[in-house]
Write a protein that binds this ligand. Structure first.
Ligand SMILES: CC(C)(COP(=O)(O)OP(=O)(O)OC[C@H]1O[C@@H](n2cnc3c(N)ncnc32)[C@H](O)[C@@H]1OP(=O)(O)O)[C@@H](O)C(=O)NCCC(=O)NCCS
Length: 243
């Protein structure tokens, strides 16, 4: 693995506060200040504006990533771009696609069937425990020549067809056919369903697992990171009562 801190003496558009780790960047591309480019490939005439992160990703030629945007485990095809304050994870974007600002694409789903909704990353970080990644292998795609308006949220693993239009503020939970124009149709947030049955919810709340000492959470990490059942939640209540 190679680590380099860019210096801007001889490369136009580069800034010495950006960090490049184990990546290949075409000389004609511009990396502005505060960026982190890691384990990635960046083609010709690309632009990463201030404070952009590109991690384990591939940008083809003529791609732009707007200020404070975050691209991880994804790819952008020739001539596609995304505006500022956006996040793209686990998504392959084809060519000539225009993506506005304040966009979220491919955020992980947390398994709400388990008592703890932490992902594997957080189990590892906070408790040092390794659990399976519930989102493993779930990659979305966005076709060629798509237009995505501002403030759109596209769920993990969704496929958007070539030439589609995603209206501003849309929340996309289903695949979109080629050339379709989709927009939110409906009102404000309402209860869709509950994570557990009514009696399980009551037991779950009684367990208050989040108030257990950290050592007990680690000791019972298997209980908290598998689907909750009548038996497992009873066990959780016993643990709480033993405190
Ligand atoms: C989706 C979009 C392209 C549709 O444009 P249009 O074809 O001109 O559509 P209209 O304005 O004629 O609207 C048609 C209907 O859809 C509704 N509508 C339009 N855009 C909508 C949206 N984003 N969300 C929900 N409803 C929307 C309108 O209210 C209208 O409803 P009505 O028939 O009940 O009155 C456009 O509204 C849009 O969202 N553009 C994105 C702009 C943007 O984010 N630009 C960022 C820079 S790239």
């Amino acid at each position: 693995m190679t680590l380099a801190i860019w210096n801007c003496l001889d490369i136009d558009g580069m800034n010495d506060s950006s960090t490049i780790i184990n990546s290949e960047i075409a000389p004609s591309s511009k990396i502005y200040k505060g960026c982190l480019i890691r384990n990635s490939f960046i083609g010709e005439d690309c632009l990463c504006a201030d404070d952009v992160v590109v991690d384990r990703s591939r940008l083809a030629d003529h791609v732009e990533v707007g200020r404070r945007s975050y691209v991880q485990d994804s790819s952008f095809g020739f001539g596609s771009y995304i505006g500022p304050n956006s996040l793209v994870k686990f998504t392959d974007i084809a060519k000539f696609t225009s993506i506005a600002w304040n966009i979220s694409i491919g955020g992980s789903n947390h398994d709400y069937g388990c008592p703890s909704m932490y992902t594997s990353y957080w189990w590892k970080k906070v408790f040092g425990v390794k659990i399976p990644d519930h989102n493993e292998g779930l990659t979305g795609t966005i076709g060629n020549g798509v237009w995505i308006g501002s403030g759109v949220n596209i769920m993990r693993g969704i496929h958007i067809g070539d030439g589609a239009v995603i209206g501003a503020g849309s929340i996309v939970t289903k695949d979109v056919p080629p050339c379709a124009i989709v927009c939110n149709q409906g009102g404000a947030a309402k209860v869709l369903k509950y994570r557990f049955s009514e009696s399980l919810v009551a037991d779950f709340l009684e367990s208050e697992w989040w108030n257990w000492p950290k050592e007990l959470i680690v000791q019972h990490s298997d209980l908290l990171s598998i689907k909750m059942t009548n038996e497992s939640v009873k066990r959780m209540i016993e643990i709480k009562r033993s405190l």
